[in-house]
Design a protein around this ligand. Sequence first.
Ligand code: SF4
Ligand code: SF4
Length: 360
Amino acid sequence: MIYRDYGQTGKKVSLLGFGGMRFKNIDNHDECVQLMAAAAEGGVNYFDTAPGYFETRSETVFGKGFAEMRKRGLPYYCATKTFATTESGIRAEIDAQLKRLDIPAIDFYHIWNITTLDNWESRKKDGVLQTFRKLKDEGLIKHICISSHLIKDEIKQLLLEGVFEGILFGYSAYNYQTRQEAFDAIKEKKLGSVVMNPLGGGVIPQHPDLYNFIRREGEDVVSAALRFLWDHPEISVTLVGFDTIEHLQNVLQAMETYKPRTQAELEETKSKGSASFEGICTGCGYCDDCPVGVPIPQYMDTYNQKLLDKKSNDPIGNRLKWHWDLKKEGAGECTGCGQCETACTQHIPIINRLKEIANS
Ligand code: SF4
Ligand code: SF4
């Protein structure tokens, strides 16, 4: 396992992190605990969850996993998050989290999913930063972090505020063009940086040929996508949502045989990526609360096919019919309220794409 500094916290974290959002059977606690313990035995010491993963059950499983690690003498750091912004809301949340996680303090506590700079200003007005600082003084959290899907100058501006110790953000071989600016700020402020969605929400393994630019001789596209991230010296942790022991072993093997690129080789690889990958839906589902019930992620996945499937004569029609059992006309139900575009982690022009689908 490779370990890197998490910013200026003095903590050495495993470059491979465990994401708690993809357990195969969250209600089989023994199976989940064994998976976490196997990761820890393999050297993983960064474990990331959230109250929203499996409706708090991921945190409960993490609590059992940490107990097992303590029994085996395996080190771990816990990362989790909160959407709450007021002091009373945050305190209620963290009380419940510490019980579920069965630990006295959270190592990396994240102000969860800052969607816009206005959203950040509004959370600050609610006192989120002051409360996080109090929790740190009280020893209930160790480090103040954020997660965000902002891109380009906005993510840089957010990080340059210099009030966080680290960030969790989506970064992969398909969206790296839109997030380079984050690394400028991460370097300048010496922040920890954890990246999620390393396979672009499944888009990369579904379209291996489009990602030949990251593959070196003999590499499968999944290993190549992870190694591409590991080549970034600014990245402290790459989160993978493991579902089975076999999956974990494959990724540990990819790290064991990993040969880093030089910085020049990495830049050359990046220069080969296609700008056409910008704006691809990752299926994260943050938009999936449409007031008129439009199933947005399914329609945006369908639009991905238009962008990615250059062979089909009717990529939209085929995807709707055979994959989602949806009609084009359903996309026309959109009233254009804009709620989904505000929530979209990839800054996708959802309204226009829905119109295009409806009129195709
Ligand atoms: S813009 Fe359209 S699709 Fe998006 S939330 Fe509003 S009505 Fe739903
Ligand atoms: S449209 Fe945006 S928010 Fe919705 S699933 Fe796709 S990437 Fe996520």
